[in-house]
Design a protein around this ligand. Structure first.
Ligand code: ADP
Ligand code: MG
Length: 252
């Protein structure tokens, strides 16, 4: 179907010969918000990295199709060029590259066209004002000396300036303060439209407050073991994974 953005079938992947994902299926269409929940070590971050083409992870089986094209063999930058974007893992500090430079270079890579500095700077400043980010941050080195909240702001800025088709958000930091949660929550809501999609991993249901979540998937031991709607978020926040995983043992 034309509106299918990402189609994952029977995905197997791992690190250094160790299999982590053991047959994952997932279909994401334009306009949708998907959330992946799962116990620590279940393979959530691995899934994000494999979708993005992180060279440290090896895809050993299955298929990864983005807008009708098999991207399984493509390198990360080629996937980014097609509209995939991974944010909110532990943001890396990149001395020597300013926030402005990083976003401008990324946009050039994604569009394949030269992005002129002055109009870009104007657009960046406007977006920074909208996100209440101090304009001086544009000329600071990416994430160097940024507080947790400032890193989140800078990621939201990247998301909104680059406008990928599919945003992969891996909220690995469980210790986000209230302010940072608010920044991410508002930023993602501002980003999301009917013409893009989000795949979100979070341990904090508040991140999702401003979004309409379409599907929730539970990943355990490298497999999707349960799927439902947004009601699953409340259920799992309240009860943990025990009931869902216990139900599985009885079946399997
Ligand atoms: P989650 O994000 O759900 O907590 P991960 O995808 O990070 O889970 O990890 C799944 C499993 O794969 C864990 O057992 C973890 O130790 C292992 N793993 C993940 N990345 C690596 C890596 N780079 N090297 C070795 N093992 C890894
Ligand atoms: Mg993780």
């Amino acid at each position: 179907m034309a509106d299918e953005l990402l189609q994952i079938k029977n995905l197997h992947a791992g690190v250094e010969g160790k299999e982590i994902l053991k047959g994952v299926d997932l279909t994401i269409r334009n306009g949708e918000v998907h959330v992946i929940l799962g116990p620590n070590g279940s393979g959530k971050s691995t899934l994000m990295n494999v979708i993005m083409g992180h060279p440290g992870y090896e895809m050993t089986g299955g298929s990864l199709v983005f807008e009708g094209t098999d991207i399984g063999e493509m390198r990360a930058f080629e996937r980014a060029r097609r509209g995939l974007f991974l944010a909110f893992q532990t943001p890396e500090e990149i001395p020597g590259i300013t926030v402005e430079n990083m976003i401008r270079t990324s946009r050039q890579m994604m569009t394949g066209e030269k992005v002129k500095l002055l109009p870009f700077r104007k657009e960046l400043n406007a977006m920074m004002a909208e996100l209440r980010i101090d304009p001086n941050y544009a000329q600071r080195y990416l994430n160097v000396g940024f507080s947790g909240g400032e890193k989140k702001r800078s990621e939201v800025l990247q998301l909104l300036m680059l406008r990928p088709k599919l945003a992969l958000l891996d909220e690995t930091d469980s210790g986000l303060d209230v302010d940072a949660v608010q920044i991410v929550s508002e930023g993602v809501a501002k980003f999301h439209t009917e013409d893009n999609a989000c795949l979100i991993i979070t341990h904090n249901a508040k991140i999702l407050d401003k979004l309409k979540v379409d599907y929730v998937h539970v990943l355990a031991q490298g497999r999707m073991v349960h799927e439902g709607g947004s009601e699953l978020i409340q259920q799992i926040s309240a009860e943990g994974f025990t009931n869902i995983l216990a139900g599985l043992d009885k079946v399997g």
